[in-house]
Design a protein around this ligand. Structure first.
Ligand code: HEM
Length: 513
């Protein structure tokens, strides 16, 4: 809202004070049963609002946990936020007590934009349960094997595009995952999946980042503002909401429409959608549930996985010895005459450990997705109030030097012992994908997608630093963007096929004996 100058900073402060005062009076009028978890002292009314930075909040929260412990309570204008920075506390609360920690915070803006169709934002209840069950049925460990052929097909197409010349690596990763998901989930033939779908997602991510930037929109604090007519001064923000509505609708409707069109022409591939439509013919499902279930795979699965892969190439540039070790393993196990397949995974412990290390090293959701406590609870003698927001600081857990020495280093061997997987080390997948009943249902699909992409890329390409006009390597550094999802900032890279035989493999031709 500040962005279109619709409201001044003093408007925001007045409303914030009113909101905080209301929360304070409400709290004082209720007897309290125990202390909140420890945390920094807050200002009168405003609480800890200034302890919550907009940039890289996970780093500031980690610093708070070093001082106050693994469970820290903050008060933002009367709203309790509990930051959890250990696996033990995250599992105790979000997993073992998931019956009361599986809700999401209501958002007026999400409701206005129409994002409430999205499983990740749905409140805990029957509607969430219905879509989640349908989704899980198609993405549980025993089901994801059916998507491997499509994942492999699209990664091999990616290799070909990368061989053809310099390209936008980030965009290519996104296009690859978009093709995979829209084929596997919607049944779209790969030719029908153009960069138009990538653009839809990119626009909607920017919208989500802006809409959910804390404190940016007064309507979150004053829900009545949504009813103010759009012709009144100061309502420019409603234009933005309409734009975001369009993006949310596009994610939900466009692939679905295209898929139905492809079915009509007899060009659709077997997919989750064809399966769900079959069930709907038997009268078990309505069209909205089908659209929501398929659209959330596109909305939640594409960018998260593509962003993780984009971070992978950066890790390879920064850690050439890791790249070489993985390539040696691939050369020994897969050999020069073929490209890797999912079935090779068990025989490639180092590459498998790279998937773990990647999920640890770059957290696309550094603070997970916040859960909401549905009923007042007690934990280690502290009171967790009803409606408290509980955020697992996945980044802090996965960068804790006690668990992962030199956490900024990309070191897959930390997950190996005598060359075999070391089950004594915390599996980053058990943190990066969240907790409890809301745990990411796309985890197994994502891990498969990451494995086949990493193995295939390293089998045929060398990644390194790009050179400047004087032939000097251009420095790269790891910078994480802030926001609901975090990406590594763009970087310069060089890519070249490892050998003539590798080029032949990429082109899909037989390697001469
Ligand atoms: C590297 C890739 C990915 C990461 C790191 C990731 C991470 C997460 C996290 C942290 C959550 C929140 C869990 C919680 O509330 O505790 C989540 C939720 C979700 N993810 Fe993923 N995800 C990834 C890929 C995928 C994929 C490939 C799909 C689908 C094909 C997917 C679908 C979803 C859905 C539908 C939810 C919402 C679940 C709910 O609220 O019930 N994700 N993901």
């Amino acid at each position: 809202m500040g962005r279109d100058n619709a409201f001044t900073a003093s408007d925001v402060l007045v409303v914030a004070f009113a909101f905080a005062l209301f929360a304070l009076i409400r709290r004082l009028s209720r007897p309290e049963k125990g202390p909140l978890p420890p945390g920094p002292p807050g200002l009168p009314l405003l609480g800890n609002t200034f302890d919550i930075p907009k940039e890289q909040a996970w780093v500031a929260f980690r610093d708070l946990s070093s001082k106050y412990g693994d469970v820290v309570a903050l008060n933002a204008l009367g709203q309790t936020i509990v930051i959890v920075s250990s696996v033990e506390a995250a599992v105790d609360l979000l997993d073992k007590r998931s019956a009361i920690y599986s809700d999401r915070q209501a958002s007026v803006l999400a409701d206005m934009i129409g994002w409430t169709w999205n499983l990740a934002f749905k409140r805990y209840g029957d509607d969430w349960r219905r879509v989640r069950r349908l989704f899980w049925h198609h993405f549980q460990p025993n089901a994801v094997g059916q998507y491997r052929a499509v994942q492999q097909r699209d990664v091999r197409d990616l290799l070909r595009r990368l061989l053809e010349g310099p390209t936008d690596l980030d965009g290519e990763m996104k296009l690859t995952l978009t093709k995979t998901i829209l084929t596997a989930v919607h049944g779209l033939p790969k030719e029908a999946v153009t960069s138009r779908y990538v653009d839809i997602l990119t626009a909607s991510e920017a919208g989500i980042a802006e809409a959910f930037s804390p404190g940016a929109f007064l309507v979150e604090f004053c829900p009545w503002l949504r009813h103010v007519p759009g012709w009144l001064p100061g309502t420019g923000w409603q234009r933005k909401v309409r734009e975001w509505q369009g993006q949310s609708d596009a994610i939900r409707e466009e692939p679905f429409r295209a898929a139905k069109e492809a079915m009509r022409r007899g060009e659709a591939e077997p997919s989750m959608l064809t399966d769900l439509l079959e069930k709907s013919r038997e009268g078990e499902l309505d069209e909205d549930a089908i659209k929501e279930t398929t659209a959330v795979a596109f909305g939640a699965g594409t960018d998260t996985t593509a962003a993780t892969l984009h971070a992978f190439v950066l890790a390879m540039i920064l850690h050439p010895s890791v790249q070489q070790r993985a390539q040696a393993e691939l050369a020994a196990i897969v050999g020069p005459e073929r490209l890797p397949e999912h079935a090779d995974r068990a025989a490639l412990p180092y590459v498998d450990a790279m998937v773990k290390e990647l999920l640890r090293w770059h957290n696309v959701a550094p603070l997970g997705v916040a859960h909401r406590c549905m009923r007042e609870d007690e934990y280690r003698g502290w009171r967790i109030p009803e409606s408290a927001i509980v955020m697992p600081n996945a980044w802090a857990i996965l960068h804790d030097p006690e668990t992962f020495p030199d956490p900024d280093e990309f070191r897959p061997e930390r997950f190996l012992k005598d060359g075999r997987p070391n089950t004594d080390v915390l599996d980053p997948g058990s943190v990066a994908f969240g907790f409890g009943r809301r745990i990411c249902p796309g985890q197994h699909f994502a891990e498969d997608a990451l494995f086949i992409a990493i193995a295939s890329l390293l089998h045929v390409f060398d990644f390194g630093r790009a050179l400047d006009e004087h032939g000097r390597p251009i420095p790269v550094e790891v910078k994480m963007t802030s926001g609901f999802l975090s990406y590594v900032e763009d970087y310069k890279y060089s890519i070249r096929p490892r050998s003539a035989a590798a080029e032949t493999l990429i082109r899909g031709e037989a390697v001469p004996a």
